[in-house]
Structure formats: C-alpha cells, structure tokens
Write a protein that binds this ligand. Structure first.
Ligand SMILES: NC(=O)c1ccc[n+]([C@@H]2O[C@H](COP(=O)([O-])OP(=O)(O)OC[C@H]3O[C@@H](n4cnc5c(N)ncnc54)[C@H](O)[C@@H]3O)[C@@H](O)[C@H]2O)c1
Length: 369
C-alpha cells in the first residue's frame, strides 16, 4: 500500500477549491508514489464545512496555528490572503511540516527569507504555487529557449491585464488592502516575475511606475474607505541581460484576463496567450521560403509535456490542470521521486524583484535586485 500524505489546507476561497480539486485529480490521473489524503481544511466554520462536504475533507478547523502544529499532518497548504502567507508558511516549516504556499510566498523579501531559512533549518520540503509553469505550452517554450532555438534573446514583453476593478462600485476586499498583501504588484506581478525568471533567467535590475486609479471604495457596510494599494504597474527590466517590459493592471477596461508574453531572439520568437493556453506560437528564421508564425497545439501525447496523462492530441487542457500538474510534482517529491517544483528559494528571488520594483517606483530610478 502507498504511504499517505496527509494534507492540512488553510483557507476556504477560490484557491482552496482549486487545490482540493487538484490533489484528488492528480491521484486519479498520475501514477504517484504516495496517496494524498484531504485531512483537514481550516477557515471560518461555515466555509470550511461547505468545502469539506464538496471535496471530502475529513475534518474542519478554525485556527491555523493548531493545524500547523498537528503531528499527523505531512503537508500544510497555504491558501489564505497574501498578507498571512509568510507567517503561516514559516510556522508550518518551523513545526517540521512540508509546505505548499500560494503565490507570492510572502509580502516582502524579508518575510520570504525567514520562510526559506526556517525550512532549511528544519530540512523540510517547500514549494510555491507558481502554477503557470505547469501549462504545457509554457514548459515547451522553456525547453525551446533552453535548447537555443531562438538564438540570442533580444527583447521580451510580458503582461497580465485584468479589468475587474474598473467598476467603481465594486466593494473593498482583502485584495484592496495593503495590510493583507492586496496590491497588484504582489498579486499579478508575482506571476509575471516568476514566469520571466523561469523562462529566461534572473531579473537584474528594474525601473517602474506603479499607480492607483481609484482611491476609495465602499466597505462591507457601505462606508467609503481609502484604497491603499496600487492597481497597475509598468516596469522596465533586464532579465539575464535581456531588456524587456512587464505590465499588470486590474483596470485595463475590456481585458478580463489578458495574460501573455512575446520573446524575440536572433533566430526566432515565441508568443503565448492565456486565452488560448494550449497553443504556442513560434517563429523560426531557418527556413527562408516558409518563414512565418506557426501555431502549435501543445497537446500531442509523446510530443508534449503531460499530454500522455490526458485525452489526446487537440483536446485542450485548462486553468485547473496547471494545479493538477503542480500537485502531482509536489506529491512525487514527498514520495521521494524526482520532480521539478517551484522552490521557496525561487519564491524569495521573485519577492526580491517585487521589492526592487516598488523601491524603483518610489525613488523614480533603477533598482538593482
Ligand atoms: N496561483 C493562482 O493562479 C492564484 C489565483 C488566485 C489567487 N491566488 C493566491 O491565492 C491566495 C488566496 O486567494 P483566493 O483567490 O483563494 O482568495 P479568496 O478571497 O477567494 O479566499 C481567501 C480565503 O481565505 C480565508 N481566510 C482569510 N484569513 C484566514 C485565516 N487566518 N485562516 C483561514 N482562512 C482564512 C477567507 O475566509 C477566504 O475564504 C492569495 O494569496 C492569492 O494571491 C493564486
């Protein structure tokens, strides 16, 4: 019988559902060395009980501090608002539990460093939910870049544009409160920075403009409250020496979730767009008579990452499978097998870039990472 990995999940919102679903599906679609058990879900009683009924969590809890101390748990999964990630993750690894933390790892480089140090001294596994690394087209893009198919990289452009805050009547939430880690730099910025570092290399320096378009919103009681976080940024970056731009917004009218990138090199280019996440666009300069962009459906078993586990060529995957692939990798690692996971150190490296971005915007200057 396979060893069980007993999971305690903190948080009861959207990501709690994505993660619960992913553990169950990973166990059904992948050959794993361990069996994930949904042991306890923690949050407000009503929400935790609703999740327990929907996903089969064995128990519910209301205090995360008690959960991370439980010796019968192997993995703590942190799905709370960003402002609490650093504290919960550090407590979990300090208590000797492995941790899987939603992105970003913490609210600052200093906090992230404390998590990394605590995990190293406890000798436990840690990972950050940079789930877009687990889109097959993105894994394919990384392999093409690593194999040198694009030649020398010349410049790049990454963007993550949403418009859910264009409506001024939209009420306050934790995503609009700095104390809860709510701004767009930590939120969408962490995905962009991780992805550019994963695909191309470390960000060396950054200059940025960070702005807030709407400064007040009604709270849960209808009272106006100041919004103290930014809702868009534009950044210039040097990524392993390659110049580029990163942009993110929550007020990009008409763009529900425009997330994508273009990378241009001396021998070819790549483009990817979340709205067509199974496709990777590739341009190669080495066939003069046939030059032009090609669109590759990254779904072919035997040719493309993770495709064997699913349905067949041309049958697309979605957002939720990114979590399934990531959970399968984490469970493999917990079962002693090799698998690539986004490490706590990479979470820290991402956080340092975000800190530098904010410092650069404040000082109206370049900031080194
Ligand atoms: N990887 C991704 O694609 C992705 C997508 C969305 C959100 N996220 C990240 O996931 C985290 C959670 O986001 P979400 O969309 O699930 O938010 P959400 O608002 O849907 O849910 C947050 C939940 O945490 C609960 N909560 C708050 N404080 C708690 C505490 N002390 N103990 C237990 N539960 C607590 C809230 O009641 C709520 O149910 C955020 O840090 C966010 O950045 C990642």
């Amino acid at each position: 019988m396979r060893r069980q990995v007993r999971i305690g999940l903190i948080g009861t919102g959207k990501m709690a559902r994505a993660h619960g679903h992913a553990y169950l599906t990973a166990a059904r679609f992948f050959q794993l060395p361990v069996e994930p058990r949904l042991a306890v879900v923690c949050g407000s009683r009503e929400r935790a009980e609703t999740l327990a009924r929907a996903f089969g969590w064995e128990e519910t809890a209301t205090d995360w501090r008690c959960v991370v101390e439980r010796a019968d748990l192997d993995l703590i999964d942190v799905c709370t608002p960003t402002g609490s990630h650093g504290e919960i993750a550090a407590a979990a690894v300090g208590a000797g539990r492995a941790v899987l933390c939603e992105k970003p790892l913490a609210s600052s480089g200093q906090q992230a460093e404390a998590v990394v140090r605590a995990a190293a001294s406890a000798g436990v596994l840690g990972a950050v939910v940079f789930n877009y690394r687990y889109v097959p087209a993105i894994r394919q893009a990384r392999d093409l870049i690593a194999a040198g198919r694009l030649g020398d990289l010349r410049h790049l452009e990454f963007h993550f544009l949403q418009d859910w805050l264009t409506d001024e009547a939209r009420p306050m939430s934790w995503r609009l409160r700095a104390a809860q880690g709510g701004g767009v730099v930590l939120d969408l910025g962490s995905h962009l920075v991780d992805l550019v570092q994963h695909l191309v290399g470390p960000v060396g320096r950054v200059a940025a403009i960070v702005g807030r378009s709407i400064g007040e919103r009604a709270d849960e009681q209808g009272e106006p409250q100041p919004v103290d976080v930014e809702d868009h940024f534009q950044a210039l970056v040097e990524v392993a020496g390659v110049p580029g731009t990163l942009a993110a917004s929550r007020v990009a009218s008409g763009d529900r979730c425009s997330f994508g990138f273009q990378i241009h090199g001396s021998r070819g280019s790549l483009r990817w767009d979340f709205q067509r996440l199974n496709d990777l666009e590739l341009y190669l300069e080495d066939e003069p008579a046939l030059q032009g962009w090609r669109r590759i459906s990254v779904t072919r078993p035997g040719a493309h990452p993770w495709a064997e586990a699913w349905w067949g060529a041309g049958h697309g995957l979605g957002y939720e499978e990114t979590f399934v692939h990531l959970m399968a990798a984490v469970l493999r690692r917990l079962g002693g097998e090799e698998a690539e996971i986004p490490t706590l150190e990479e979470g820290l490296r991402c956080q340092r870039v975000l800190d530098a971005m904010v410092a650069a915007a404040r000082g109206r200057t370049w900031a080194a990472v």
